[in-house]
Design a protein around this ligand. Sequence first.
Ligand code: ZN
Length: 163
Amino acid sequence: MSAAEALKAARAAGVHIGIDGDSLTLEAAAEPPHAVLDLLSRHKADVLALLRIRENDRSGADWLAFVYERARIAEFRMGLSRAEAEDRAFDCCVVEWLNRNPVRSQPGHCLRCGEAEDAHAPLLPFGTETTGHAWLHSRCWSAWHTSRRAEAVAALSSMGISN
Ligand SMILES: [Zn+2]
């Protein structure tokens, strides 16, 4: 069992973990299961390290708070099961990570295959005005998006967040 798995078990039990100095803070609607507390205390140093990872302007603890909040909204406001709420929250996290780590490219060439546009395959701008655009052939978008998503999943999992 790793620190990431301990975090996941805590989330599954509805325990929200934060950091205060060198301590973990726990927040839960009900008394957390003993097994979860035991896991957290055994992996405390590694859990603290995960929560302290910083990426851009966000820490592991910020991401954890984000995913926890999204799961709570999905479960209590949208009435999803805990498992569905966790899945949805993780997807929100991936989208948030992609928005916070946008990729921009110049319009002359496809970001995926590197080729220019031609009459049959124009280059299209993907993204938003605020994040900037990545230019791709429509046939290249799906593979590009899949690899971007994998990048987000890897970054989140390095901070102990997985689905
Ligand atoms: Zn292309």
